[in-house]
Design a protein around this ligand. Structure first.
Ligand SMILES: C[S@@+](CC[C@H](N)C(=O)[O-])C[C@H]1O[C@@H](n2cnc3c(N)ncnc32)[C@H](O)[C@@H]1O
Length: 445
C-alpha cells in the first residue's frame, strides 16, 4: 500500500468509535490531531451506572483494576521498550499497590499513543483527581518530557458531603501538556471577567506619569472589558451536578460543557481536530461541534454513540445530523460544508502514514493467546511450558530465507529456542537441532 503523506488524517470528521481506545488509537495516523482531552476512569475502585430513566440508562463502566485484567496492556508497555514509563508504573505499584500499578499499566500505552497522534503544535488535557494525579503526572513527564508540562488546573466546586476527619474533597485536577514549544494557545478566547471594578488596583495611575484622570479611566474601562487570563484554578464553572436539565444525560461522571468550552477555546483553532478517547456521552464532541472544530470520540460502551447523537440533535442548533456510511480507511478528514454526517464505527482505523509499523504492536499478545490457555504456555520449539515474559517474537520462516516481517510469519518462541534458531533455521531445522542436543545431553525430548 502506498503511504499517505506524513500528518495526513485517516479518518473523517465526526467519527465515533465504539471499541477499546487502545485498538483505535494504534490505527490512527501519527501527528494529525490538534487537541486531546481525556477523562478516563480515575481508579476510584467503583462501578458506575447511569440512573434508570435517564437518557444514558444502561451505560456503565467499572473503575476497578487488577494486574490480570491488564495483562495485554502490560505487554504494550514492555514492547514500547520505554524504561522510564516501565519504572514509573512498577514504582507506583511498590508505593501504592497492585491496583494503582494495574491502572497505570492501562493508562501508559494509551498515553504513548495519544502523544504519537498529536501534531507538534498539539496539546493534551488529562482529567483526573487526587487519587492518581501525582502518578499520572509522572507518567506524562516520561511520555511528553517534563519541560512540556504547562499547567496543573484545579477545577474546584462545592457540594454536599461529610468528611468529619478531613477537609472536603471538592476538586478535580486537569494536567495540561504540550507536544512542543510551538503549541497553540488562544488566551483572548478564554479571558474571564475581572472581579474588581478597577483591575489595575490603582497601579495605572502610579505608572502612568502625566495621564489625565479621563485617560486612566478609559484605560481601566478597556482592561475591564477585555477581561483577564483565567488562573489555573477554576471556580467559575460549577460542579457537574449544577448542569442544566437539557445538558444533563445521566452518564456517570459527565463533565460540564463550560469546562470543555474553555479547554477547546484555549488550545485549538476553528477547523482543528479534537479527540476524546474516553468520550462517554460526548461532552468534548458537543463542545467541539459548537465551537466549529472537527472531532473524534472513542468509547467502549455502545450507548455512547446513541447518547451523543441525541445530544447533537438537542444541543447543536438547527442542524440535522445523520449516521453516515463508513469504512476502515476513511481517506480525508474534512466534510463539505453542510454535510452533517456522523460516522459510528465499530472497526478500528488502519494506519496509512509513512511511519506506520510493519508489524502490529500487539502481535506478541495476540500470539500469546493463540498458544492456548493457562498461566504457562508450551513453546512451539521445545514444547516446554513458559511464562509470557520468557517468549520472544520470532519469524517462522527466517529473514535470511526470504521470510517477511508480517503478522502471519510471526510467532512466539521461548528465548533459548529463539537464540538457537537465530536468523537462519526453519522450524523443522530447529526441532532437529533440539533433538540432537537432547540426545547428546541424555534428555528425553
Ligand atoms: C469518566 S467517563 C467519561 C465521561 C465524559 N467525559 C463525559 O463527559 O461524558 C469514562 C469513560 O471511559 C469509557 N471507557 C473506559 N474504558 C475504556 C476503554 N478502554 N476504551 C474506551 N472507552 C473506555 C467508559 O465507558 C466511560 O464512558
Amino acid at each position: 500500500m502506498v503511504a499517505d503523506p506524513a500528518g495526513a488524517p485517516n479518518f473523517l470528521n465526526r467519527t465515533l468509535w465504539i471499541d477499546d481506545n487502545l485498538k483505535v488509537l494504534s490505527g490512527i495516523n501519527s501527528e494529525c490531531v490538534d487537541l486531546v482531552y481525556l477523562d478516563p476512569p480515575f481508579n476510584s475502585k467503583r462501578i458506575y451506572h447511569a440512573p434508570l430513566g435517564s437518557k444514558a440508562a444502561g451505560a456503565s463502566f467499572a473503575d476497578t483494576w487488577t494486574l490480570d485484567g491488564v495483562k495485554t496492556d502490560w505487554a504494550d508497555v514492555q514492547e514500547a521498550a520505554d524504561p522510564a514509563v516501565y519504572h514509573t508504573v512498577v514504582g507506583a505499584g511498590l508505593s501504592a499497590g497492585e491496583s494503582m500499578q494495574a491502572y497505570l499499566t492501562f493508562m501508559a500505552p494509551r498515553l504513548l499513543e495519544l502523544h504519537r497522534v498529536l501534531k507538534p503544535t498539539g496539546s493534551l488535557y488529562l482529567h483526573c483527581d487526587p487519587t492518581a494525579s501525582h502518578y499520572l503526572k509522572q507518567l506524562l513527564d516520561c511520555v511528553f518530557g517534563r519541560t512540556n508540562f504547562r499547567n496543573e488546573i484545579i477545577w474546584a466546586y462545592t457540594g454536599p458531603g461529610n468528611t468529619p476527619r478531613d477537609f472536603k474533597r471538592k476538586h478535580d485536577t486537569i494536567l495540561r501538556y504540550v507536544k512542543s514549544r510551538d503549541f497553540t494557545f488562544n488566551l483572548d478566547a478564554v479571558r474571564v471577567r475581572h472581579k474588581r471594578t478597577y483591575p489595575s488596583g490603582g497601579m495605572i495611575s502610579l505608572a502612568a506619569g502625566g495621564r489625565t484622570r479621563d485617560e486612566i479611566h478609559a484605560r481601566e474601562t478597556d482592561l475591564i472589558s477585555r477581561g483577564k487570563a483565567p488562573e489555573d484554578w477554576w471556580t467559575d464553572i460549577g460542579a457537574g451536578s449544577h448542569m442544566s436539565k437539557i445538558e444533563r444525560t445521566g452518564w456517570p461522571t459527565q463533565k460540564p460543557l463550560a469546562l470543555l468550552d474553555r479547554i477547546i477555546g484555549a488550545s485549538s483553532n476553528q477547523g482543528d481536530v479534537v479527540l476524546d478517547p474516553f468520550c462517554g456521552c460526548g461532552t468534548a464532541c458537543i463542545a467541539a461541534e459548537k465551537l466549529g472544530r472537527q472531532w473524534l470520540g472513542i468509547d467502549i460502551d455502545t450507548k455512547a454513540a446513541e447518547v451523543t447523537m441525541d445530544r447533537l440533535a438537542r444541543e447543536c442548533g438547527d442542524n440535522t445530523y445523520t449516521i453516515g456510511e463508513h469504512g476502515p480507511r476513511q481517506g480525508k478528514l474534512a466534510l463539505a460544508d453542510g454535510d452533517n454526517r456522523v460516522f459510528v464505527n465499530q472497526n478500528p482505523p488502519v494506519r496509512t502514514d509513512p511511519d506506520r509499523p510493519t508489524r502490529s504492536p500487539r502481535i506478541r499478545t495476540i500470539r500469546w493467546h493463540e498458544l492456548g490457555t493457562g498461566a504457562r504456555r508450551p513453546c512451539p520449539g521445545c514444547d516446554r511450558p513458559k511464562y509470557f515474559d520468557d517468549f520472544d517474537l520470532d519469524q517462522i520462516q527466517p529473514r535470511a530465507k526470504g521470510g517477511l516481517d508480517t503478522d502471519d510469519n510471526l510467532q512466539l518462541l521461548c528465548s533459548s529456542c529463539n537464540r538457537i534458531k537465530g536468523q537462519r533455521l526453519t522450524m523443522t531445522e530447529l526441532r532437529q537441532r533440539l533433538q540432537t542436543e537432547y540426545l547428546r545431553e541424555g534428555i528425553n525430548a
